[in-house]
Design a protein around this ligand. Structure first.
Ligand SMILES: *Cc1c(COP(=O)(O)O)cnc(C)c1O
Length: 378
């Protein structure tokens, strides 16, 4: 059973149409159909899968915190017979989300304090995060921005586009704009085109990027028209968000390849999650599949201290062990940088296994990937 599951996760499989048997391919492949047919209520969810009591209670809470939303494409990846399925843990609410653990915060990365304009986070010297929408194709239960997204949380995202563009124009030190949200790829081609064009017209802005999970949750959104529009705004990079190898399906691979074929360099951001990807074998399989999709693993995030995420969090030690198990043992391109987004707004801090262990007698003492000691003159 377990061996079979592993084989399926390692291969590029298709799970469509799964629970939506009988739906015409033209509808299934239409991203607007996928959005209209998302699972958003307890009734819908229970008609498709037998929930545990923890999940049923969690789903009843979700409307007050972070809405339930799962695209049919992504729902089909769930192993409905397995209550511990790693896909299921990411998108089906659980009652533990209602608990606030020690040190947990509503705004764990301290973004609100770094918003000079509503919707624009300016934390680092030369780059900004621009929040274009509060909606996503599906909602990750550990979302760092759950206070703002889905329309159910305690705050509302009120991006002021005119003020944001005025800020970008005035601040000549900004050379890099990262569009996120919510998910920027849920905007129409026209709206996104207008935003990218307006940003590109600012002479000091060199580099544009989009942070999105749409290629994973809603690969149907990646159309030739969208790619042709994005291509006009180069250099434009994209960071996708994949946590488990099963997410890299045949459809997702094709979407990522289409983006790459339009000259968009692709990175991946994963979140280290308990019961999802906190073991070396799963992470190794994920990073290898990503390279086959022409995606470079960029960051592995320690799970933010967001309210109600303790059941998904691991220790930093576990994350360091996974990086230690990858570094040197596989392609350097396959190894992401492990980071913690410092609580309180310190930004991303790299976490690395200790390869340097001493400075003595004019030498730096180091260990190689196999744990053997070496020296280099200081
Ligand atoms: C992550 C992040 C960025 C981008 O950081 P990079 O390390 O350059 O990828 C920019 N602004 C904010 C607020 C961020 O959280």
């Amino acid at each position: 059973m377990k061996e079979l599951a592993k084989k399926r996760d390692k291969a590029f499989s298709s799970f469509a149409p799964g629970c939506w048997e009988g739906v015409e391919p033209a509808q299934w492949n239409d991203w607007k159909w996928q959005m209209r047919n998302r699972i958003v209520s307890l009734e819908q969810l229970e008609s498709l899968v037998e929930l545990t009591s923890e999940e049923r209670e969690g789903t009843m809470l979700a409307g007050k915190k972070l809405a339930l939303g799962i695209t049919p494409h992504f729902f089909n990846l769930i192993d409905r017979k397995n209550p511990d399925c790693p896909i299921r843990r990411q998108v089906i609410p659980r009652v533990e989300e209602g608990l606030v653990g020690a040190g947990e915060l509503a705004d764990p990365c301290g973004e609100d304090a770094h918003m000079p304009v509503p919707g624009l986070v300016h934390r680092y010297p030369d780059r900004v995060l621009f929040l274009l929408t509060d909606r996503c194709a599906s909602y990750c239960r550990y979302c760092t921005r759950s206070r703002l997204v889905s329309g159910a949380g305690e705050q509302e995202l009120t991006t002021d586009f005119e003020e944001a563009f005025a800020y970008l124009e005035k601040h000549e030190e900004i050379r890099d704009v990262l569009f996120s949200g919510g998910d920027a790829l849920l905007l129409s081609d026209e709206k996104l085109d207008a935003i990218l064009e307006r940003t590109r017209a600012i002479p000091h802005i060199e580099f544009l990027r989009i942070g999105t999970r749409v290629p994973i949750f809603l690969p149907q959104r990646i159309t030739p028209q969208l790619c042709a529009m994005l291509k006009k705004h180069h250099p434009l990079w994209m960071s996708v968000h994949t946590n488990h190898p099963r997410e890299l399906t045949v459809e997702v691979k094709a979407a990522l390849e289409m983006l790459a074929d339009h000259g968009i360099p692709l990175g991946n951001q994963s979140v280290l999650l308990r019961g999802v990807n906190n073991d070396l074998e799963t992470m190794g399989c994920l990073v290898h599949k990503l390279l086959m999709c022409r995606v470079r693993p960029y960051y592995l995030y320690q799970c933010d201290l967001i309210h109600g995420s303790a059941h998904l969090r691991t220790t930093i030690r576990e994350g360091l062990e996974i990086i230690k198990g990858l570094r040197g043992f596989t392609s350097g391109y396959a190894v992401p940088q492990y980071v913690v987004d410092a609580p309180g707004g310190g930004g991303k801090i790299p976490l690395n296994p200790d390869f340097v262990f001493a400075e003595e007698d004019g030498f730096l003492r180091m260990l190689n990937y196999e744990g053997k000691p070496y020296s280099y003159p200081l």
